[in-house]
Design a protein around this ligand. Structure first.
Ligand code: SF4
Ligand code: SF4
Length: 64
C-alpha cells in the first residue's frame, strides 16, 4: 500500500518557508502564501511534519 503523503492545512500555514527549505525532495511549493505539497514528489520522510513550528503539516490519510 502506498504511504500517506504530507499534507498542509492551509488555514494554519504561516508561510514561514521552513518546510520548503528542509524537504529533501523539493516537494513543497509556496502558492499564494501557503505551502503546498506536490504529492508526486513527496517520499513521506516526515521531515516537514517535524519541522513545521505550528503543526500545520500532517498526513493525508490521517483521520480527522
Ligand atoms: S514528507 Fe518529506 S518528502 Fe514529503 S513533503 Fe515532507 S519533507 Fe518533503
Ligand atoms: S513550516 Fe509550516 S507554517 Fe511554515 S510554511 Fe511550512 S507549513 Fe507553513
Amino acid at each position: 500500500m502506498e504511504k500517506p503523503k504530507a499534507f498542509v492545512r492551509k488555514e494554519k500555514c504561516l508561510a514561514c518557508g521552513g518546510c520548503i527549505s528542509v524537504c529533501p525532495q523539493d516537494a513543497i511549493l509556496m502558492v499564494i502564501s501557503k505551502a503546498l505539497v506536490n504529492k508526486e514528489q513527496c517520499n513521506s520522510c516526515s521531515i516537514c511534519v517535524k519541522t513545521c513550528p505550528i503543526g500545520a503539516i500532517s498526513w493525508e490519510e490521517e483521520p480527522l
